[in-house]
Design a protein around this ligand. Sequence first.
Ligand code: 5AD
Ligand code: SF4
Length: 352
Amino acid sequence: MLDSVIRGVIGKLAECQDIHVDDLVILLSASDAGILQDLHDWADKIRKKTLGDAVLLRGIIEISNRCNQSCQYCGLRKENRKIHRYRMAEEEILDVAKKIEACGISTVVLQSGEDLLSMDRVCALVENIKKETDLFVTLSIGERCYDDYRAFREAGADRYLLKHETASKTLFEALRPGSSYDNRRRCLLWLKELGYETGAGNLIGLPGQGVSDLAEDLLYMRNLRADMIGIGPFIAHPDTPLAGFPGGTGEMTLKVVSLARLLLPKANIPATTALGILEKDGRKRALQAGANVVMLDFTPEIYRRYYDIYPGKTRVVTEMDVYLNVLRGELESIGRTIGKDRPLETTRESAS
Ligand code: 5AD
Ligand code: SF4
């Protein structure tokens, strides 16, 4: 009986995408292995139909680990005095961007904590990368004012990632003291309005989070018409107030990935690093449950160990060319190829 209700909801989702929070709660509460496999298979089918078998690669450079925020879950929070803080020099960043391009990857993601990098500095960086490479540039440097976002866009930035973190106002305010729920949402609307390909995303398994919160996350991203969606499990960091709390599960993360794919068939959804750390084969499983993007960390080793958001994150990997071959093999084993970026398809008026 319950099975048929759940299958009914999956069918409804797959056909018309007109879905209510209660429908999502039913699916997010499902634990039967057969049902979950059905959900992932549906999402995989939609991914194949709308985007094909190509997996898009992105090269990330963690340009600064300085942060003026106090998020209770994050190792980069300003109160964590145990980590050494760094800011990469512009020439170093440019060199790494060129390396990313030389590896055949067409997007660089510049990521940092909420460092107060000046607008001019960010613009100069984006302009130089655009001048010296053919890369798409994604920024992921947090909340800024409208004029900054506009200047970055005019300097050539193509995309912006700003995870909304959680759609629950109560949780957001409890876990991000000093940060405004409304302002974050306003930033996401501005980014859309400015014509960025805009990325939102949430954490799975935050203390106090329920399935209805996750359902709200999904509806929020659908209403925003997010172009990119980062979904990752919360992993407790020992040097934060949430040390010792249980983290999100791989099962729940994969459910949310699949539902995101069903709600937003064309979105770029990465198989996130955090899921890969949590579960053996996590990345492969996400790619078979709706995801179509893999992010590769190109941050120089001297800095990477300090980008300590959650445990396991800073793990050193093998040389990138060796690693890319391993990845290619892994993708081939599941019938996937490495693809080229699609052009921008975002629409300014699409956020509702
Ligand atoms: N576990 C998983 N992801 C985390 N992030 C921050 N802290 C954690 C954690 N403990 C994610 C947030 C943020 C990004 C920088 O890292 O979603 O957007
Ligand atoms: Fe800073 Fe982002 Fe971490 Fe919050 S989640 S402390 S804003 S890096």
